[in-house]
Design a protein around this ligand. Structure first.
Ligand code: NAI
Length: 338
């Protein structure tokens, strides 16, 4: 079996998991090279997993013509530059979300994808590959709730990860581009429509540290979609009970909810604190299987020479909406999109 040789850039909180999946859990892929500007994590991964090639300079990795594809999990502000350089160097590309942190750079990435039609470009909106979110999509398509008219989303990171969130804030693009972008992509996917108007609010309610990056610790947006549907989005970084990702879609003939109680598993602990259902602790735990499924799908697309279901335009359109949320709360005004 031919193995697709991957060079992975970014070995941080999520990049290490993608690299591990490629190295050990995807039979037709091989982790042939790794890259990180943090020398210690690069050395650690190379040594622990016996990876032959390691780079602190991304452009040096692109000179390795033994590779077939590049998996990008670098900081969000680096994505578009890395995508364009990797496509221009002839590689298939997987990139983490968001596609870019502003619209101009997303358009540049679109052009690069259009220029390299024979190369696969895959954007990591992994929730589309989560069993529950994919099941909900099928139920909506079957007409189980009639016509969707409202989507309500909670995307809340656990407060216990706050130090990492503060360290990451400068290069995240802000709470809407970093967290709410997943919910925005799902809204577009489920509603089949783009945003028409956006009003967003938020503040640093507890952690002033975000203010110096024009960012906040909790925010919300009300969005009207072009087909008339309503979107309500709440993104927060201070969730006390865990990682709370909840989505409700209301239709004309019913509604469905995903992750209403973000349960860790089926266990309930009964003791002197009550009947306790523990919560899932973070993104790696909640979406472990989805991260693997999306990467397997990327590899399958390369092998089978087909295009993924989520494309560069999904990336741009989600960024347009998330950026609109950012603009709205920064300037306290309603944003009307073309
Ligand atoms: P992190 O800050 O923990 O790691 C960033 C990594 O990128 C580090 O290894 C760093 O050395 C590397 N890096 C940054 N700039 C680089 C450059 N110019 N050249 C080479 N390496 C470079 O960040 P984290 O949390 O792992 O996030 C990475 C990306 O994944 C972000 O874009 C984030 O939005 C996305 N992400 C997506 C999630 C999802 O659920 N799909 C969850 C968490 C993160």
């Amino acid at each position: 079996m031919k193995k697709i040789k991957i060079g992975a850039v970014g070995l941080g909180r999520l990049g290490r998991k993608h690299a591990e999946n490629i190295a050990f859990r995807i039979p037709n892929a091989e982790l042939a090279a790794v890259c990180s500007i943090v020398k210690e994590e690069l050395d650690e991964v190379m040594k622990s997993w016996n990876i032959p090639h390691g780079y602190t300079d991304f452009n040096e990795m692109l000179k390795n013509k033994d590779l077939d594809a590049i998996a990008i999990s670098s900081s969000s502000t680096e994505h578009c530059n890395h995508i364009i350089a990797a496509l221009d160097a002839g590689f298939h590309v997987f990139s983490e979300k968001p596609l870019g942190v502003d619209i101009a750079e997303c358009r540049r990435a679109e052009k690069a994808v259009e220029k390299h039609v024979d190369q696969v470009f895959f954007l990591g909106f992994m929730r589309r590959y989560d069993d529950s979110y994919a099941y909900a999509k099928r139920k909506i398509a079957e007409g189980a709730i009639g016509k969707p008219i409202l989507i309500r989303c909670y995307g809340l990171d656990p407060v216990k990860s706050i130090k990492g969130a503060i360290a990451f804030a400068e290069k995240s693009g802000g709470i809407f581009l970093d967290l709410a972008i997943h919910d925005i992509d799902l809204a577009r996917w489920y509603l089949g429509s783009e945003a028409k108007s956006i009003y967003a609010v938020g503040d640093c309610f507890t952690y002033e540290e975000f203010a110096k990056y024009q960012d906040i610790d909790n925010g919300a947006a009300l969005i009207q979609f072009k087909n008339g549907a309503i979107g309500m989005f709440y993104a927060g970084r201070t969730c006390a009970h865990g990682y709370h990702i909840e989505t409700e879609i209301v239709g004309t003939e019913g509604s469905l909810r995903i992750g209403t109680v973000p349960e860790k598993n089926l266990v309930t602990v009964f003791n002197d604190t009550g009947a306790v259902k523990e919560c899932v602790g973070g993104f790696l735990e909640r979406f472990e299987k989805a991260y693997l499924s999306e990467m397997q799908e990327f590899i399958n697309c390369i092998i089978e020479n087909r295009k993924p279901g989520v494309n560069v335009y999904d990336g741009t359109n989600a960024t347009i909406i998330a950026y609109g949320c950012k603009e709205s709360f920064e300037n306290n005004r309603l944003i009307i999109l073309d």
